[in-house]
Design a protein around this ligand. Sequence first.
Ligand SMILES: [Zn+2]
Length: 531
Amino acid sequence: MKRPGVLVVWLAALAAAAVLLAGPICPANAAPDERDPDATLGVVYADGRQTEDISLFRLERGSDELYISAFDLARIFKATKYWSPGVRKLVLRIDAHRYLFTLDTRVVLVDDEPVLLRVPVRYIDGSVMIPLEFIAEVLTPRSGDEVELDEERFVLTLGTPEYSITDISFVEDEDGTRAEIHLSEELLYHVDSETPGLLRIKIYGGKLNPLKLTIPEGRGLFNRVRAEQAEHDAYLFFDVKRTAARFKVEFETAGTVLERERKLIIFLEKGELPEIPDVDYAGKKMLEILDDETAGMEQEPVRVVAIDPGHGGIDNGKVGVSGVLEKDVNLEVSLMLRDRIAAELGIEVVLTRVDDQLIPFDQRVEIANSAGADIFISIHCNGWYNTKAGGFETLFLSPARTEDEARLAREENASIRYENPDLDPDEVDDLDFILWDMVQNEFINESSDLAEIVQRELDGVLEIRNRGVKQGGLRVLKGLTMPGVLVELAFLSNPREEKLLEDRDFRDDVVRGIVEAIRKYEGMRSAGYRR
Ligand SMILES: [Zn+2]
């Protein structure tokens, strides 16, 4: 996503296109996907599809009209396509309407009514190209309020999503500037201040409209805000002025409980610092300044790590397509982890089980708590009905947000049935939601930090799909008096990944990634990272 810079790019591309047109190679001869786009259209979906950038092309000599390929258009609008090369006609069915295009013709038949475009539909190396004007002038008026094209910023919004991050407002006073993020429900967040002058707020399970929440000019100590929607989570990037001395991110402390949870406040404090002209130096300075916040909050280094091999005994966990048992993989990887953590980091490791037996959740927690562990890492393998599902993910404890996260939490929690066969699984879920915030609440920020680091380090060593950091109401992490995460290494239901889970090199990579994550997390903590 590069919304704020898009017009600049657009103008530069215009100049480049003019040069190309004058030269011996006519860009019209290149297939649209082989040539550089003349502009980019950001598409924001309400149906959960990920925000994406679509290439736009200028095909008419001496004209500013932009084109989108019929392929992209059909995909974006989930249209049915009929292409008839003999008569050079294309039909798109979008919702209740039928649109008939004829190549090199400006007339579009909309449900048999002719509509005249400014430029003709074109055919370039295997792609039918539709003028962008079609979206603005033909599709939008027929969409109800479902389609919105911002032609100035090149953003197309489809549908009216249920946003949970609804607004950002600013309040300035003599001490500094507050940015208030308005939420329609309670959501968890993660702050990253590693890039100087930039605060990145990840809001787990958040839904926002990037078009609305990207603010080109902030107020006070905020330069601007960039908003992005990813598949599961939302991101807000706050550009911070160099005169900001310190920052603080927290939920509103005034008002009713509901109001407090519904307003996330970023407070930037004004500093005494003069404006620093040199950019590099200023950048470094900013990092020091932001890190200063943490100076008084020195944390304990990591001394003991608890590793929890999931399942065991009569509880096999997931069973692979060719019969590999999750409990065995979990234990073997955990034993490797124990040795490598001790050897490379010199950190004491406590395991919740060292052989093939079922240890109840409570007892696992008790082992970690009484060992005074500083972090808790539970090792698991994933599984799903579809054998193509794959990848690794890291979870931390919280009320599960999405269907998939709830599913994973349910499955991992199912072990409790072996501990207490009379318990109804639905009761387990209820129990989860009552208990989840009692103890772990205070560790959620650290747990999400740890989960982000583990996921990032595994991404550096594993070739399989990165499924991201998720949150789940995980029974095994309940009652821990330390930050804890659960790692799903790969899918036993996926034949290729089942093989990997048995593979020495793959296990080595996993162990290397987790050891590195502990090292990074430890570094962050002992440097007095803020939250
Ligand atoms: Zn498991």
